[in-house]
Design a protein around this ligand. Sequence first.
Ligand code: MN
Length: 424
Amino acid sequence: MPNKANDPSKKSWIPVSADSDFPIQNIPYGVFLTRDDVITIGTRIGDHAIDLGALHQLGYFKGIPLTDDIFLQDTLNDFISDGQKTWRLVRNRISEIFDITNPILKENLEHQKTVLFTMEEIEMQLPVQIGDYTDFYSSKEHATNIGTMFRDPENALLPNWLHMPIGYHGRSSTIIPSGTNIRRPKGQTMVAGEDTPGYGPSKMVDFELEMAFITTDANKLGESIPIEDAEKYIFGLVLFNDWSARDIQKWEYVPLGPFMAKNFASSISPWIVTLDALQPFRVPSPEQNPEPLPYLKQEGANSFDIHLEVSITPEGGVPTTVSNSNFKYMYWTMAQQLTHHTSNGCKVLSGDLMGSGTISGHTPDSYGSMLELAWQGTKPIELLDGATRTSIEDYDTVTLSGHCKNEKVRIGFGQVVTQLLPAK
Ligand code: MN
């Protein structure tokens, strides 16, 4: 099943500006509330949202095996369960419908009225019901920085880190879409110099610059996915801000890892960009030394060149870019993460979400958290208005954005925007 939708020479009859994240080569999937208060599954070209439920009712997906109500749902889970072949058939068909050389919908203004929305007319929702959420820890630079700060610079990476993608099981109930504001969490912390812990609002709220991939039903209980098949089960990716409370984390994380420091909120971008759309941006991942065990060994280019950016905007102020990173810095690939996740027979389902872990590059301006950027509070970050930050303050808005670009096409994720409100 070829990805005809990726043809870089294609143009849409819907206007798309040169710096748009959503040309006709993207065709992401999302869920939105329409101006008539109906929830539907849709896609986006330029600044228009497209109602796939309406397109399907009007017969535009004729010949593709889809149930009648597949897009009239409030999550993408059932569509994702249909598998890679169906995702490609639908994406290719959308690409044909909106191709500038195709007059069928372009000249049918009646149909356009029910199918097309401006972005102002809709409200984006969480695109999937996330059953399980796992967060990895797969950036070598990030793991080294954290190990250096929290433990011992001489032995920053623990001995297991170079042999497998380390992860932990998170909590899906607090994964929220872009635009949902959060409250500063309260928790238990041990202040340096004290001998008993206290409880109150966290004083060190942080973002984590991550991406996350969403899976389809991958295996039966007790079965493992071979590394060469793993990518077939990855539907697509979103930007992922894994909010963290560093003071709570520091006190609680030994021996079982993050718990209350991480489960109060994680924000995702609302459009899922398919792994298919990202194919032109494949690049090799960092060299792995020592060589991974055979079940994790991969040949070829298995990462993706996705430029990532974080900005902080104080209340009523202007945004300051505080980090420029890239998904390609990840030491462990998504295929290795998914293969390792099922290597003991753990079952992975449609709508499961796997976070990459904080993505930090080599240079201090590419670190993916305030903990690293401000090096545990010792190097405050200066904002454009002259204020400084060592962590996120009340009413700050944190924005993650990401896109891929070559000479011919730009494919982006849009943004994930979250404002931090004071503790309740
Ligand atoms: Mn994380």
